[in-house]
Design a protein around this ligand. Structure first.
Ligand code: SF4
Length: 572
């Protein structure tokens, strides 16, 4: 096989035993890699509770990783979510995937529980599971200072060790498998970090053809205003979206009670850049380098972080956002869930945060001093008897696109297989960025099919494991050519899209096996009862419940071939 390394490392933390799992070439071809391959390995065990040590925690690269294909430095981490109970996968950058492939492994499947804090050290074929008790509580930077800079490290921080349910896994200090609490799951096994070093580059089938495919993709990328334009992601990172969401009156403000935040224009990406003069960095091998950090090495906030730690919390101080981002990075907390949980907390209290409170509460969350906050917005609101203040889907807080301003996003949030998530489908691309084709953002017409197609495509992207941002410019047509050049597999965009459909359908099946139903494919009631902030000729009414349910029923018909006669559970 070319592109894939043909073996997956299994590590049993109970015994410390390691082994190589080999799969048939046809399994690789069918599941592709990343989210597809990890999902196929998770499937037989998925009804296990997240605390059950036999539930696998899977790190999986894709066939394009460590090749000349554009954005070849990502991987997927997958298991069940401690936050939602759904399946959970997170795409993460950094250098881990590349090092793992160079070490001769496509992925790592971890089971078991270690009685003492341990690590997994991989150097090519050599794998060890040392005890690392003294690494407890270290931040990613402290860990790197302690164990050295060789190789790539995926680690948990203090928040995961202190029981924060939405703690993620940090790769190479600056990259984050952030959503759903996979870091919490890793910490529950007493696994502090995995370090990998590899020296054998991944062979490809046809390097000439791969170079040609790369040239085509890079040309499309260069021509894309969203990716490489003067106001695009290459210059401003994802914070480039901040102004646009504000302008469109769909910026979640005050825990989604409003959709416009006065003063946001002083906090946008150009304002942030002017103040912090950042430099760029990126995932291994990426030409876009959308990550930004200041001269002190502090990461600039991504769009979701900037939006939730300003508008959602009604905070106008950029330094508070920078410090909040730092706390979340150093301790390993998902910034979306952390910001949304605080916004929920202050709505329950009936007031805005006061000076210093945001940072104090974040520290208390991470150290375990406020375990109620470490449970996330859904459990916090339920425990307070105020469930209406949790702006969540399936128990996970919503990102920074108010669904009253983009109806496709409303449907995509509701049906997402990993809870409140903007990355399963990204209809914002059509509804706001107007790429590849524009659509009416205030209508559900056509959105069910749009969501289904985008979900299937993104399942492929996460399996390849490419970066979704590239698909603002390129398509599966160009990437199928790259995949064929890397692997020698004869394939095309249509076949890949079908593979994505199977991956999506299996994820829905896994959620159903864990008790999720149509009733969970829904939005918080606020969006159906309260309008957003209209003005400047833009009306942001509450969502029409019947139109939403009709669109969802259409989605089920397209996704699951449900007959029109079978009623959507929520309409009965
Ligand atoms: S565009 Fe950004 S997130 Fe995507 S691979 Fe490049 S650096 Fe990583």
């Amino acid at each position: 096989m070319k592109g894939w390394r043909g073996r997956i490392l299994t590590v049993d933390l109970d015994s410390g035993k390691t082994a190589a799992l080999t799969l048939a070439a046809r399994d690789y071809a069918k599941q592709i890699g990343g989210r597809g391959l990890a999902g196929s390995l998770l499937f037989p065990e998925v009804t296990r509770h997240w605390r059950d040590p036999q539930l696998p925690l899977i790190f999986m690269t894709g066939p394009l990783v460590d090749t000349l294909a554009p954005t070849p430095g990502r991987m997927t981490v997958m298991s069940r979510s401690p936050l939602t109970g759904t399946i959970c996968d997170a795409s993460v950058g950094g250098g881990f995937g590349v090092q793992l492939k160079r070490a001769g492994w496509d992925g790592i499947l971890v089971t078991g529980w270690s009685p003492r804090l341990c690590a997994i050290e991989i150097h090519n074929d050599k794998v060890q599971v040392p005890e690392v008790e003294s690494a407890a509580g270290l931040s990613p930077k402290q860990l790197r200072d302690r164990i050295g800079v060789e190789g790539s490290i995926a680690a948990v921080g203090r928040a995961a060790e202190n029981g924060v349910r939405f703690a993620g896994i940090i790769v190479d200090e600056h990259y984050f498998a952030g959503r759903g609490g996979l870091g919490r799951l890793m910490a529950s096994r007493n696994l502090k970090y995995i370090r990998v070093r590899g020296e054998s580059p991944t062979p490809v089938y046809d390097s000439g053809e791969l170079k040609a495919a790369r040239r085509d993709i890079l040309r499309l990328s260069a021509a894309s205003p969203v990716l490489q334009g003067e106001l695009g992601l290459q210059v401003f990172g994802t914070a480039a979206l901040y102004d646009l969401m504000h302008q469109r009156r769909m910026m979640p403000t005050a825990n989604f009670r409003r959709t416009r935040f006065p003063g946001a224009e002083q906090l946008n990406a150009p304002a942030t850049q002017k103040r912090y003069q950042p430099h760029s960095s990126g995932c291994a091998g990426c030409h876009i380098r959308c990550k930004k950090s200041d001269s002190r090495g502090r990461g600039l906030p991504e769009f979701e972080t900037l939006s939730h730690f300003t508008a959602l919390l009604e905070n106008h101080d950029l330094e508070v956002v920078m410090a909040a981002n730092q706390i979340c990075s150093a301790t390993g907390m998902d910034t979306i869930e952390a910001g949304a949980t605080l916004a929920c907390h202050f709505e329950i209290l009936g007031r805005e945060p006061q000076a210093g409170e945001i940072l104090d509460l974040l520290q208390a969350m991470a150290t375990g001093a406020r375990p109620d906050l470490g449970e996330g917005a859904f459990r916090l609101a339920s425990a307070a008897g105020r469930p209406e203040t949790a702006m969540t889907v399936k128990g996970q807080s919503l990102p920074a696109y108010d669904p009253r301003g983009a109806y496709g996003m409303a449907l995509a949030y509701a049906v997402s297989t990993r809870g409140g998530c903007h990355l399963r489908a990204y209809p914002i691309s059509h509804e706001i960025l107007r790429k590849p084709v524009a659509t009416n953002r205030f209508s559900f017409a056509g959105k069910a099919r749009m969501i289904k197609i985008a979900e299937d495509q993104n399942a492929v992207v996460d399996s390849l494991t490419a970066c979704k941002f590239m698909f603002f410019a390129a398509s599966l047509e160009e990437y199928s050519r790259a995949l064929a050049a890397v692997t020698g597999l004869e394939t095309n965009a249509h076949e890949l899209q079908s593979a994505g459909e199977q991956i999506m359908n299996r994820e829905r099946e896994m959620n159903r096996a864990n008790g999720f139903s149509d009733n969970d494919d829904d939005l918080p009631p606020r969006f159906f009862h309260e309008p957003g902030s209209s003005g400047s000729g833009i009306r942001i009414p509450a969502l029409d419940r019947n139109a939403f349910l009709a669109a969802r029923a259409t989605y089920y018909r397209i996704r699951e071939n449900r007959s029109p006669g079978k009623r959507d559970e929520n309409t009965t």
